[in-house]
Design a binder for this molecule. Structure first.
Ligand code: FCB
Length: 469
């Protein structure tokens, strides 16, 4: 076998991207509902009102997962479905939905992985200041308690936040994500309060979960490469590494923000919102670390002072998502690209796994997201043939295999995504699924990559794949 017998093969989704049912059973709007219904924010005016109707088709979707032979399924809980307005008691019907989903997964032998926050903040909490305010982190801990109490008897694997970088810097910095603010000081405050939410949320979960529970967080660490070894380019690399990676790793793993990050951003904020006790709260023991990886960054010193389109991977904005890095230019990494325009470079994933073996010593690693958007089309016979996705998956899983052989403790891989779905500011224009979804009829058709992945999950050995074109 190429992969260890206990290596976990799963797939991932998130609530707002698949559920729909946004006005049902007491759910209130999240910042993504508001953002989508603000003209000009999302391509084609798309929104998650219906999404792929998973709120009604969840049983059929779990059936698909079982057919695919998935060992595990990573999904997120919609905060405004469980705790409308973000404060007070839980709504029973919201909790019931997730309890039923978890029971069905367990019944089918699929391990549920719960993410508490995948970007859908209750709008009322945003109205009260959102992530730039400390109160949001405190509210998050209450919400974590509610979900922990409801499904903690059945769910062992938990991650607090998905990609806090995106919440902070795309949500409050470049504004390409909800709530769409463009304020660099607010983005830095948001990053800290997301870190704090992880710490408070982890403490809250530990208080209500059985000892066997495993807690962690999913980051989207950036592989940042400098275009040359010139000091200016290396400094650009250091800055972006600070803003993308060490701003989270520092407090999470070492209990401190990096000094160079504080210096780089000193003109924007004095970081006075960080209270002494916060750092100890954030540095909770991790039972696992989730790594999400898609593509690397290539940077250099920008000698001309100009507004460039920043490659943050999630849409272009006049405003950079990177506070204090006006003199950094982003370039397209050479190589083939996906439908997102992201360069395919599996070596980046290998580098990340080595990074966290070093930085998060002793913490088991999981790839909690990796996958590719392709220009998938239904053929005349109704099948969907996606050899490029097979190639991408093969090449990324091959470096995971290599990392394991090199002694890195990587224990599982969650493919993004189970279903074609709502891809944030790109709406429904980008297809990441193993399963094709006709967004009109909601019909689901497993693509050829699904058959390939199924064979891998069953045999733990690579089926044949062509190279990425
Ligand atoms: C990640 C997000 C996920 C999806 C993929 C393509 O950054 O966590 O929801 O949009 O990108």
């Amino acid at each position: 076998m190429t992969f260890p017998a206990d290596f976990l093969f799963g797939s991932a989704t998130s609530a707002y991207q698949i559920e729909g049912g946004v006005r049902e059973d007491g759910r209130t709007p999240s910042i993504w509902d508001t953002f989508c219904h603000t003209p000009g924010k999302v391509l084609s005016g798309d929104h998650g009102d219906i999404a792929v109707d998973h709120y009604h088709r969840w049983r059929e979707d779990v059936g698909l997962m079982a057919e695919l032979g998935l060992d595990a399924y990573r999904f997120s809980v919609s905060w405004p479905r469980v705790q409308p307005t973000g404060r007070g008691p839980a709504v029973q019907r919201g909790l019931d939905f997730y309890r039923a989903l978890v029971d069905e997964l367990l019944e089918r032998g699929i391990t549920p992985w719960v993410t508490l926050y995948h970007w859908d903040l209750p709008q009322e909490l945003e109205n009260a200041g959102g992530w730039p305010e400390r109160i949001t982190a405190e509210r998050f801990a209450d919400y974590a308690t509610l979900v922990g109490e409801a499904v903690g008897d059945r769910v062992t694997d938990w991650t607090t936040l998905n990609e806090p970088w995106c919440s902070a810097f795309l949500g409050y910095g470049s504004g390409v994500h909800a709530p769409g603010h463009t304020d660099h000081a607010a983005a830095l405050r948001a990053a800290h309060h997301l870190n704090l939410a992880h710490g408070l949320g982890t403490q809250a979960l530990r208080a209500v979960l059985p000892a066997r529970a495993r807690l962690g967080i999913s980051l989207n660490p950036a592989v940042v490469r400098a275009s040359t070894d010139a000091p200016g380019d290396l400094d650009a690399q250091r800055r972006i590494d600070g803003l993308a990676n060490r701003i989270f790793e520092g407090p999470l793993l070492r209990g401190a923000y990096p000094k160079d990050l504080l210096a780089d951003t000193a003109r924007i904020t004095d970081w006075g919102f960080v209270r002494d006790a916060d750092l100890a709260t954030i540095k909770q023991p991790l039972d696992m670390l989730g790594v999400n990886y898609y593509t690397p960054f290539l940077v250099s010193a920008d000698t001309e002072s100009r507004t460039v389109e920043r490659h943050d991977g999630h849409g272009a904005s006049e405003r950079s998502p990177w506070p204090g890095a006006a003199q950094v230019a982003f370039h397209q990494t050479p190589g083939p690209t996906t439908e997102m325009g992201w360069t395919v470079d599996p070596t980046g994933l290998y580098e990340l796994l080595l990074r966290y073996r070093r930085e998060a010593r002793g913490v088991p690693l999981y790839i909690t997201e990796n996958g590719v958007a392709c220009d998938d089309k239904t053929a005349a016979d109704g099948t969907v043939h996606d050899p490029d996705r097979i190639a991408y998956l093969h090449d990324h899983l091959a470096v995971v295999e290599r990392a394991i052989a090199d002694g890195v403790d990587v224990r599982g891989y969650f493919l993004w995504s189970l279903l074609d779905n709502f891809e944030w500011s790109y709406g429904y224009s980008k297809r990441f699924g193993l399963v094709y979804v006709d967004f009109e009829t909601q019909d689901r058709t497993p693509k050829s990559s699904a058959a390939w992945y199924t064979q891998l999950t069953r045999t733990h050995t690579f089926p044949p794949a062509k190279p990425f074109p």
